[in-house]
Design a binder for this molecule. Structure first.
Ligand code: ADP
Length: 618
């Protein structure tokens, strides 16, 4: 096959040269010839200034004598079909006749055939070359790998760069060793897996891990995304797979990393009509994985967040038979990831990463890396040389709720509603047992739409949630609307997000976690896409689903009532804290708890001190 780029340059060059030759030729002809009028020609004949005359059908070429004063130029004039011309010429005594034909057959063959063919081929190649680029695929070089194959000889990443994924790293150490020394394994007859599948939610460090494996083993890293294989033309994807493996085998030992492998590896069954292109690509991938000699040291790492949709053929032994789970990091994992990223940033000595890790349950590596960067940007904005704890704390909020939107002006009435709404959440959280402590209440609007929010922080990482805790969560969520109803006797749109979350939690309790009396431990829905949005799939009859809806409604109604009653019983406290919040716009957890305790102390001390302990223990 041609090397497209070199060929293109050669084509430009050749066309350029041809054009220059034509121009020069034209100019030379122009310089050597000169038109004259017919009567001038007759005059020259008369005055014997002409050496030779060549009569063609359309023109008469005149070669003047050297002393005729026209230099060395050949003259010509139109042939007027003058019947006397031959007679005149004869009588003047000049040499005359028809023009001498250039009958060099090789030369004329070149100009008539070879030159036009070369010229048109070059122009054609150039035009197709352009189309090639436009469609991102080889029109002329069908099957050539023009996908965005990203190859690195040294990734520069090691396992030290990947924090909080100890189990995943442990499973990959063996692969690193194998790449270091494939012979050791071949000698004993051990076969190492050809491929491993990295499974986990987006941003948990799957790509990073694959790079680290290549970096640890000091082998080249080929990376391509599954979606790059799927092309408009049937057969292109398969050709690309072939090409990829060919290149990789030349560079073995090496790592091939296929991101979003589900784009090609989607299960083929239940796919009536099918997608021919994807199927062919998948078949080619399977064939290549079976075909290549693993003792050479090519290891394929695939990444996906939808393992359940992968074709079983892809997962059978000898292909992607290892599954490495790269899940969301836990508290310690998050702290370690923060440590990795904070290394590149100048920080003050008072930084407490544990508290930041605590405040970010559910965050993945990519979020945490982003947070550190946000904090650094904020420090620069505030003209500081180092990142402070407050920068990191603000960065968390920026990522959760967006930047502060100070220019959003709320009317006094709206502001008051928002304040009561937020204090409603916070107060219900503080007054119920077994809830996470309130960390911050604010009514400064944020760019992502929140007019205010209440932040609770768990004291420790939780892996199990009890029924009571889930009911509390719903009650806290509904506390915002309850406060609005109590204070203003209105309902506003401010609770839409709370409603959505509360309903989802109540639904999960009934349909997935077996927490309702009516359905006992019957599963009504199951979770698909565990690593993505965790959408639930209904697996019951419509009648059961309708009954489940009733249960959900019952849970929500009870929680709503509960929230209302809790706040009604503490209405003075609600008003007091809401007024404080209106005045200060942000109240931190400690200050909030002090207000609650102070109120509780006055109220409860004479009667029941244990009750007070319960509440203050929140
Ligand atoms: P994925 O491939 O799982 O979607 P990436 O590997 O592309 O995620 O992660 C994106 C970025 O997030 C990485 O470049 C890195 O900066 C950061 N990151 C993610 N996970 C980790 C981790 N476990 N340790 C350190 N950094 C991480």
């Amino acid at each position: 096959m041609f090397d497209n780029k070199k060929f293109k340059y050669a084509a430009y060059y050749a066309i350029g040269v041809a054009i220059v030759i034509l121009i020069i030729n034209y100019m030379l002809v122009d310089m050597r010839t000169q038109p004259i009028k017919y009567n001038e020609f007759l005059k020259m004949l008369n005055e014997k200034q002409i050496e030779e005359v060549q009569v063609a059908t359309d023109k008469i070429v005149i070669i003047p004598k050297a002393d005729a004063g026209s230099g060395k130029k050949v003259l010509y004039t139109a042939n007027l079909n003058d019947p006397q011309l031959v007679e005149t010429l004869r009588s003047s005594g000049v040499t005359f006749g028809a023009p001498v034909e250039n009958n060099n057959p090789i030369k004329s063959f070149f100009w008539n055939w070879v030159f036009p063919i070369i010229l048109f081929t070059l122009i054609g190649r150039l035009i197709f070359g352009k189309m090639d680029k436009k469609f991102g695929s080889g029109v002329m070089s069908f099957g050539k790998n023009t996908a965005k194959l990203y190859a690195e000889n040294e990734t520069g990443k090691t396992f030290v760069d990947v924090a909080g994924q100890e189990e995943a790293k442990d499973s990959l150490v063996e692969i690193v060793d194998f790449l270091h020394n494939p012979k050791k394994y071949a000698e004993i007859g051990a076969k190492l897996p050809k491929g491993a599948l990295l499974v986990g939610p987006p941003g948990t460090g799957k790509t990073l891990l694959a790079k680290a494996v290549a970096g640890e083993a000091h082998v080249p890293f080929f990376s391509i995304s599954g979606s790059d294989f799927v092309e408009m033309f049937v057969g292109m994807g398969a050709a690309r797979v072939r090409d990829l493996f060919k290149q990789a085998e030349e560079k073995a030992p090496c790592i091939i990393f296929i991101d979003e492998i589900d784009a090609i590896g989607k299960s083929r069954d239940g796919n009536i009509g099918g997608n021919d292109e994807r199927e062919q690509t998948l078949n080619q991938l399977l064939a290549e994985m079976d075909g290549f000699d693993s003792s050479k040291g090519v290891v394929i790492l695939g990444a996906t967040n939808r393992p359940e949709i992968l074709d079983k053929a892809l997962l059978r032994p000898g292909r992607f038979d290892r599954r490495v789970i790269v899940d969301r990091p836990d508290l310690k994992g998050r702290e370690d990831i923060l440590k990795v990223h904070i290394k590149d940033v100048k920080v003050s000595d008072e930084i407490d990463l544990t508290s930041i890790a605590k405040a970010t349950p559910g965050a993945v590596g990519a979020d945490l890396a982003n947070m550190v960067n946000e904090a650094a940007l904020r420090a620069v904005k505030n003209n500081r040389k180092v990142v402070e704890q407050e920068d990191l704390e603000e960065a968390i909020e920026v990522i959760i709720a967006g930047k502060e939107k100070k220019d959003r002006i709320l009317s006094a009435k709206e502001k008051k509603i928002v304040a009561f709404h937020e204090v409603g959440h916070a107060l219900v959280a503080a007054l119920l047992k077994n809830t996470d402590p309130v960390h911050k209440i604010t009514i400064v609007p944020r760019t992502m739409g929140a007019l205010g929010y209440t932040m609770q922080l768990p004291e420790e990482e939780k892996y199990l949630v009890t029924k009571e805790e889930m009911i509390n969560e719903i009650t806290i969520l509904l506390g915002g609307r309850a406060a609005e109803e109590i204070e203003f006797n209105i309902v506003s749109t401010g609770a839409s997000n709370d409603i959505e979350k509360a309903t989802q939690t109540a639904r999960n309790m009934v349909t997935i976690y077996g927490m309702s009396d009516k359905f006992d431990m019957m599963g009504i829905e199951s979770v698909s896409n565990r690593y993505l949005d965790g959408r639930a799939v209904q697996n019951c009859s419509d009648k059961t689903a309708a009954m489940a809806d009733e249960e959900v409604l019952h849970l929500i109604k009870t929680a709503h009532e509960n929230a209302k009653n809790t706040l009604l019983e503490n209405r003075d406290l609600l008003t007091k804290i809401a007024e404080k919040l209106l005045e200060k716009e942000t109240i931190m957890g400690d200050e909030f708890m002090e207000l609650v305790k102070e109120y509780q102390g006055i109220e409860l001390e004479p009667e029941n001190t244990t009750e007070k302990d319960d509440v203050s223990g929140q």
